[in-house]
Design a binder for this molecule. Structure first.
Ligand code: PEP
Length: 251
């Protein structure tokens, strides 16, 4: 964990959560308010239907994000949501290029790049997800694949520190499997070097999150790795107690 980048712990609720689930945000905010000093920026990305009410439950210690946005501001795109709409509902962040969308909706790197640009234009920080699948990991291509996703998905003309990157090995998402500490270390260092090459000194300040089966029993070790600046958490973000348990392990 870096001393200069404030850690981010981001909860991705995926397609989970009805109105009653907002009580988890109230409970989390209450737990966070008992801390003498906030250990991280805490972000919850609920389904789009809950963004606005989630903002009103979040207090000043939780920020709310979206899980996807369209690359255009408005238009004939039935069922889609623009970054500007997310912003209007109160979102401060948006996850783009999550592997579930790359798989389910065939999203490409260039679409992820366009969505990231739309988010930045709407004044929302995109959390740009990258990660290899099981076959790519087994064949020894994980780093090449991830660096190619980084190059294809991150806008080229960033002016400042406008993005977050999340490394999420696809085979670790929702499976209970986690890469070895040395594999996470190696990947995050490679991502950091690629970001510095692409973005200059801003690349040194860009938070790089780890995601994939993170829970309170493994987060302390993962969050200690040099270029891990926080976590993107799925299953363990649904209950305030589990999510707070991860936050509590930040040193
Ligand atoms: C995710 O959805 O981004 C994720 C990392 O899920 P999980 O923590 O459940 O593996």
């Amino acid at each position: 964990m870096s001393e200069t980048i404030t850690p981010l712990i981001v909860g991705n609720w995926k397609m989970n959560g009805l109105g009653e689930q907002l009580s988890e945000i109230t409970a989390l905010s209450k737990e966070l308010s008992k801390l003498e000093k906030q250990k991280c920026k805490t972000i919850i990305c609920p389904p789009a239907t809950l963004i606005r009410p989630a903002c009103s439950k979040a207090g000043d210690n939780i920020m709310i994000g979206g899980q996807n946005c369209h690359a255009e501001i408005s238009g004939a795109h039935t069922g889609d949501i623009s970054a500007q709409m997310l912003k209007d509902a109160g979102a401060k962040y948006v996850i783009v290029g999550h592997s579930e969308r790359r798989t389910d909706c065939f999203e490409t790197d260039s679409q992820v790049k366009a969505k990231s640009k739309a988010a930045i234009a709407a004044n929302i920080i995109p959390i740009i997800c990258v990660g290899e699948n099981e076959e790519q990991r087994k064949s020894g291509n994980a780093i090449d694949i991830v660096l190619s996703q980084i190059n294809g998905s991150i806008p080229d003309d960033l002016k400042g520190n406008e993005i977050v990157v999340a490394y999420e090995p696809v085979w670790a998402i929702g499976t209970g499997l986690v890469p070895s500490i040395s594999d996470i270390d190696e990947m995050h260092l490679a991502i950091r070097q690629a970001l510095v090459k692409k973005l200059g000194e801003n690349g040194d300040k860009t938070p790089i999150l780890y995601g994939g089966s993170m829970k309170s029993s493994n987060s302390a070790q993962i969050l200690e790795i040099a270029h891990v600046n926080g976590g993107l958490v799925g299953g363990a973000s649904l209950k305030a107690s589990d999510f707070f348990g991860i936050i509590a392990t930040i040193k």
